[in-house]
Design a protein around this ligand. Sequence first.
Ligand code: HEM
Ligand SMILES: *[C@@H]1O[C@H](CO)[C@@H](O)[C@H](O)[C@H]1NC(C)=O
Ligand SMILES: *[C@@H]1O[C@H](CO)[C@@H](O)[C@H](O)[C@H]1NC(C)=O
Ligand SMILES: *[C@@H]1O[C@H](CO)[C@@H](O)[C@H](O)[C@H]1NC(C)=O
Ligand SMILES: *[C@@H]1O[C@H](CO)[C@@H](O)[C@H](O)[C@H]1NC(C)=O
Length: 330
Amino acid sequence: MQTSMHYSCFIQSIVLLFIVIFSVPVQCQLDEDLYDDTCPNLTKLVRYGVWSAIRNETRMAASLLRLHFHDCFVNGCDGSILLDDTSTLKGEKNASPNRNSVRGFEVIDDIKASIEKVCPSTVSCVDILTLAAREAVYLTGGPYWSVALGRRDGTTASESAANEQIPGPSESLPVITAKFTSKGLNAKDVVVLSGAHTIGFAQCFTFKQRLFNFKSSGKPDPALDSSLLQGLTSLCPNSDASDNQLAPLDPVTTNKFDNVYFKNLLNNSGLLESDQALMGDSDAASMVENYSKYPYQFFKDFGASMVKMANIGVLTGDEGQIRKNCRAVN
Ligand code: HEM
Ligand SMILES: *[C@@H]1O[C@H](CO)[C@@H](O)[C@H](O)[C@H]1NC(C)=O
Ligand SMILES: *[C@@H]1O[C@H](CO)[C@@H](O)[C@H](O)[C@H]1NC(C)=O
Ligand SMILES: *[C@@H]1O[C@H](CO)[C@@H](O)[C@H](O)[C@H]1NC(C)=O
Ligand SMILES: *[C@@H]1O[C@H](CO)[C@@H](O)[C@H](O)[C@H]1NC(C)=O
């Protein structure tokens, strides 16, 4: 009797030990199947929302992808970019890389509303944004990858961090790479993720310095193809009035997620200075050549780098919250 009590006690403590050991990490990690029971139609709802937005305006795929990137680079992927400014919170929407530039907030609002209807207060805004970026790439012809879920929404945002930490189009490759490295990404991720510029548009002011008086030379950027230069100068004449005109980041297959971005770089047809700068570094340039030849390799690596990016500084477990409205803290 004595022994058997000891024995069952021993079993109990082993079981308890296992529960303690395994339940803690499980709670804190992201999990692909997290909403299988609590919100089984989640992926379908996100896909439908992204699909209808793209059907209305093809560019929205690019905008959602960029929105996710700008969220993850500031305070981690925590939906901070989705928060509207309040009297006590100066958010990220008006930071210089974002103001009059990032788009897609209404699409995320609509998807969130459709999800709140069937599984209220269950899925975070940041998980929705992460899934929306994946669907956007897939629906424009790009790769598909698994997204682990369970990110929680942040309760703060930072305009100054957005100004300082999001890479700019005129920054040098070493500066951009340092910004990626500080987020746990590497030089390869810079090349791979720059491939996102195979879809979407940029406003003239983001690359105009290449057209007229590049680095005070009085001449255009020599690393810009002359016929592309001609087209861009007529789209973006040298006056502030043209600043918000839109040029395609990939002029060849603008709305298709493919590897043509890399082919463009090989013939000096990158739009942003930061795009073409990849050719100025031998390691980056050899990756560009590789991806221009092997679209499948690009797709595979893009999915892997997106997974890394989507894991930057995530809140899990009891951290943060599940926002009811993506624009405001509960
Ligand atoms: C490597 C450093 C990067 C720089 C310097 C950069 C810069 C820019 C700039 C200046 C624009 C145009 C914005 C405007 O004119 O309003 C843009 C657009 C875009 N960026 Fe990047 N970007 C970078 C990396 C990325 C990454 C990592 C992604 C996503 C994985 C991304 C996705 C996009 C997309 C899809 C667009 C088009 C958005 C639209 O049409 O609405 N970019 N980027
Ligand atoms: C999921 O969507 C299907 C239709 O696509 C519907 O029949 C089903 O009831 C939905 N399930 C839940 C839990 O909302
Ligand atoms: C459709 O796209 C246009 C821009 O092309 C936008 O102004 C409009 O709000 C969109 N409509 C819906 C329902 O999303
Ligand atoms: C550059 O390459 C692209 C795709 O490979 C091609 O379609 C385009 O015409 C080329 N542009 C120039 C100016 O050679
Ligand atoms: C080029 O691609 C091949 C496979 O397609 C890969 O094994 C190799 O590491 C790549 N090289 C570079 C420099 O990216």
